[in-house]
Write a protein that binds this ligand. Structure first.
Ligand SMILES: [Zn+2]
Ligand SMILES: [Zn+2]
Length: 356
C-alpha cells in the first residue's frame, strides 16, 4: 500500500557530471511508526560526494536524481499514531540508515549496519514509495522511529550533525576494541573522521598520538585533544613509536603504506581502517604474525550504539568542528572538500533552503 505524499524542497544532482541544484521531491506522509522531521542542519560527508559523482559505481552504483546527506539533525514536526519515543518539538537526528529487516541475527544483536537488508538514507530502494531513498539535503525527512536518534539538548545542532556519520564511524571501533584510560592510541589523518577520532580517544582517557603529513597541523591536533603528533614522512619520528600502540585508527582514504603503522602496534595491537583507499592493500603476513597484531575494518555503528555515542557526546560536550554554509554553497564546498580545505566538516544550514 502506498502512503500519501507531500512535496519537499531539496537539492539533487541529475547525473554524475551535474552540480547539485534546487528541486522538489516527494516524501511520504508519516505512516503509523514514522516520525516527520524538519531538517535544521545536514553535514557534508565525503561519501555524499563519492555518490553524487558515482565514484563507487563498482559496488554501489548511484541512481539519479540523487539527494545526498546522512548527517541529519532536525526537529520533529509530526508523528504516526503508533510512535512512542518522540513528540513534535523534540530535537532528533538521523544517520546513514533509515531501515533494516529487524529480524536477521545482525539486527537482533543491535548491529543494523551489517543487516543484509539495511536501507541507506539515500540511494537505497525505497520500500514505501518505490524509487530510491532521498537524504538530508532537504527541508524534511520521514523516518521510522526505530531509526531516529535523540539529540542531547546541550549540543549545538550544526556541530552535532557530523556525529551521525563521522562521529559514530570513529566512536564504534574505539568502543569495540576497548580504547580506554592507559591505552596508547594513534589516529592517522586529521580530517573530518580523524578530528572526531582524536576527540573521542581523548575523552576515553587514552594517550593520543596524531599522525599527519603536514607539520603545520600540530597546534590544531593538540587543541583537539592529542598528546603528541608525529610527521609520518619522518622515519626517525616514526621509529620512536615502533611496537608501542594498543590501537590505531586509520582514517586516510588516499593510497598509503599501512605497514608503516602495523609496525607501530604492540602485541595484540589493532589497526582499524575506516578510510577506503582505492588500491588493494599489500600487507606482509609476518608483520601481523609477530605480535598477534590485528588488521580490521569498521563501518558506522548500530542504532543503540549511535544513541550511546550521542549521549556520550552530550555528557562530554563533544561536537564536530564545523564551517556552516548555506545550501547554495554546496557545490563550492564539494570542490573545497577535495582539497581538504575545511576545518573539519561542512554543516549545511537548511534554513537557507527556504529561499529556493
Ligand atoms: Zn558519511
Ligand atoms: Zn537485519
Amino acid at each position: 500500500m502506498h502512503p500519501t505524499t507531500y512535496k519537499a524542497k531539496a537539492y539533487s544532482a541529475g547525473s554524475e557530471t551535474s552540480p547539485l541544484a534546487s528541486t522538489q521531491i516527494q516524501r511520504r506522509d508519516p505512516t503509523n511508526y514514522d516520525v516527520q522531521i524538519e531538517i535544521l542542519f545536514c553535514g557534508i560527508c565525503h561519501s555524499d560526494l563519492h555518490s553524487v559523482r558515482n565514484e563507487w559505481s563498482e559496488f554501489m552504483a548511484t541512481n539519479y536524481p540523487i539527494v545526498p546527506g546522512h548527517e541529519i539533525v532536525g526537529r520533529v514536526t509530526r508523528v504516526g499514531s503508533a510512535v512512542t519515543k518522540y513528540r513534535p518539538g523534540d530535537v532528533v537526528a538521523v544517520g546513514c540508515m533509515v531501515d533494516s529487516d529487524r529480524t536477521c541475527p545482525q539486527c537482533k544483536a543491535d548491529r543494523e549496519q551489517f543487516c543484509p537488508n539495511m536501507v541507506l538514507t539515500f540511494n537505497s530502494p525505497d520500500e514505501h514509495l518505490g524509487g530510491i531513498t532521498y537524504g538530508g539535503y532537504s527541508e524534511s525527512i520521514v523516518v521510522d522511529e526505530h531509526f531516529v536518534l535523540r539529540m542531547p539538548s546541550n549540543l549545538n545542532p550544526a556541530g552535532a550533525a557530523p556525529l551521525l556519520c563521522a562521529g559514530i564511524t570513529t566512536f564504534s571501533p574505539m568502543r569495540h576494541w576497548g580504547v580506554s584510560k592507559g591505552k596508547k592510541v594513534g589516529v592517522v589523518g586529521l580530517g573530518g573522521l580523524g578530528h572526531m577520532g582524536v576527540k573521542f580517544a581523548h575523552a576515553f582517557g587514552a594517550h593520543v598520538v596524531v599522525f599527519t603529513t603536514s607539520p603545520n597541523k600540530k597546534d590544531d591536533a593538540l587543541r583537539l585533544g592529542a598528546d603528541e603528533t608525529v610527521v609520518s614522512r619522518n622515519a626517525d619520528e616514526m621509529k620512536k613509536h615502533v611496537g608501542s600502540f594498543d590501537f590505531i585508527l586509520d582514517t586516510v582514504s588516499a593510497n598509503h603504506d599501512i605497514n608503516a603503522y602495523i609496525n607501530l602496534l604492540g602485541v595484540d595491537g589493532n589497526l582499524t581502517l575506516v578510510g577506503a583507499p582505492a588500491e588493494p592493500l599489500d600487507v606482509p603476513a609476518f608483520s601481523l604474525i609477530m605480535g598477534r597484531r590485528r588488521l580490521a575494518g569498521s563501518a558506522i555503528g548500530g542504532i543503540a550504539e549511535t544513541q550511546e555515542m550521542l549521549d556520550f557526546c552530550g555528557k562530554h560536550s563533544i561536537t564536530a568542528d564545523v564551517e556552516v554554509i548555506p545550501i547554495q554553497k554546496v557545490n563550492e564546498a564539494y570542490d573545497r572538500l577535495l582539497k581538504s580545505d575545511v576545518k573539519y566538516r561542512f554543516s549545511i544550514d537548511m534554513a537557507s533552503l527556504k529561499s529556493e
